[in-house]
Design a protein. Structure first.
Length: 290
C-alpha cells in the first residue's frame, strides 16, 4: 500500500505543478483534452508497472526479508538462553534458526559452542564441520572444533584446527592461546611460550595468555619470570582468581611464604576454592570457549 500511496502522491504533484498551469495556458478544448489524455496515459502506465513489475518482485522479496528478520530474532533468543546457562534450550532455538536458513553460519557456530558447554564434543565437531562447509573462510568453526578436539585429548588434531583458524585469521588471538594449551598438553613448553607470546602481541591487554604463559614458566622452574607473567595478568584483570592462585604457587616455590599466603588469600576472596588441608601444586590454566 505504501507504493500505491507514493504513486498517488507523485501523480497529485504532477497534476498540481504541471497540468493545472498548462491547462490555464491552454486556449482550446482540444488542447485540454490532449493534456487530460496524457495524464490518463501516465496513470495507466504507472498502474501497469506496479501490477506487473513491482508487485510480483515485492511478493518474492518480502518472504526473504521476513525470514531474515525471524532468523535474527531466533538467533538472539538462543544467545540469551546461552548466557543464562540454558544450553539445551539454546541449541533448540539455534536449530529453529537453521531450519529457516540452513546457511545461517552464526547459528551453526553458536550451536557448537553450546554443545561444547554440555561436553557433547563429538556432536560439536560435526556441527563445526557443517559450518566449515557453509563458509570455508570463516575461522570461528575451526577454533571451536579445536576446543572440542582438545577436550577429547586429540591434541594433534586440535592443533591442526587451530592452525586452520590462524591461517584464515592470523590476527585473532584466541586460536593462538588455545594452541599453546594443546602444545603444553604434549609437553612442548618452548613452543607453547612462543604461541602465548604471539597471542599477547596480537592482544596485549588480554590477561589469559599471560596467565597461561606464567604456568609454563612455572613448570620450567623459572619462578621469577612466572611471577612477572602472573602479575601482568593480574594487572589486566585484578579479579582473575586463578592468576592470584598461580602467583601464590610460584612465590611459595622461591620461599616467599608470607607473600604466597597473601596471594592465596586473595584467590580465595575472589572465589577460588582451595583444597581443605593442603595447597594444590598444579597451576590453573585458562581456556576460552568462545
Amino acid at each position: 500500500m505504501s507504493i500505491i500511496s507514493a504513486i498517488g502522491d507523485v501523480l497529485t504533484e504532477i497534476f498540481i505543478s504541471v497540468v493545472i498551469p498548462l491547462v490555464g495556458l491552454a486556449y482550446s478544448s482540444d488542447q485540454i483534452l490532449w493534456f487530460l489524455a496524457k495524464i490518463l496515459f501516465l496513470f495507466v502506465a504507472c498502474f501497469l508497472i506496479y501490477s506487473y513489475l513491482i508487485y510480483p518482485i515485492r511478493r518474492r522479496i518480502n518472504p526473504a526479508i521476513d525470514r531474515s528478520r525471524k532468523c535474527k530474532e531466533l538467533y538472539g533468543q538462543g544467545n540469551a538462553l546461552y548466557l543464562q546457562g540454558r544450553y539445551d534450550e539454546a541449541i533448540q532455538t539455534y536449530d529453529e534458526t537453521i531450519k529457516l536458513d540452513s546457511n545461517y553460519i552464526d547459528a551453526w557456530n553458536s550451536k557448537s559452542v553450546a554443545l561444547n558447554r554440555l561436553e557433547r564434543y563429538d556432536e560439536a565437531i560435526e556441527v563445526c564441520d557443517k559450518a566449515t562447509e557453509i563458509d570455508p573462510r570463516c575461522a570461528t568453526p575451526w577454533y571451536i572444533k579445536g576446543l572440542a578436539l582438545s577436550h577429547l585429548k586429540r591434541y594433534d588434531d586440535a592443533i591442526k584446527a587451530y592452525d586452520k583458524a590462524i591461517e584464515i585469521n592470523p590476527t585473532w588471538a584466541m586460536p593462538w592461546d588455545s594452541k599453546g594449551n594443546s602444545l603444553v598438553a604434549q609437553g612442548k613448553h618452548d613452543e607453547a611460550i612462543e604461541t602465548y607470546d604471539k597471542a599477547i602481541d596480537i592482544f596485549p591487554t588480554w590477561e589469559i595468555p599471560w596467565n597461561n604463559k606464567g604456568i609454563v614458566l612455572h613448570h620450567q622452574g623459572k619462578y621469577d619470570v612466572a611471577i612477572k607473567a602472573f602479575c601482568e595478568a593480574i594487572g589486566l584483570a585484578p579479579k582473575l582468581a586463578e592468576a592470584w592462585y598461580n602467583k601464590g604457587l610460584a612465590l611459595q616455590m622461591i620461599g616467599r611464604t608470607s607473600d604466597a599466603d597473601k596471594a592465596f588469600a586473595k584467590a580465595k576472596e575472589l572465589g577460588f576454592i582451595l583444597p581443605p588441608h593442603e595447597i594444590e601444586t598444579e597451576c590453573q590454566y585458562q581456556e576460552v570457549d568462545r
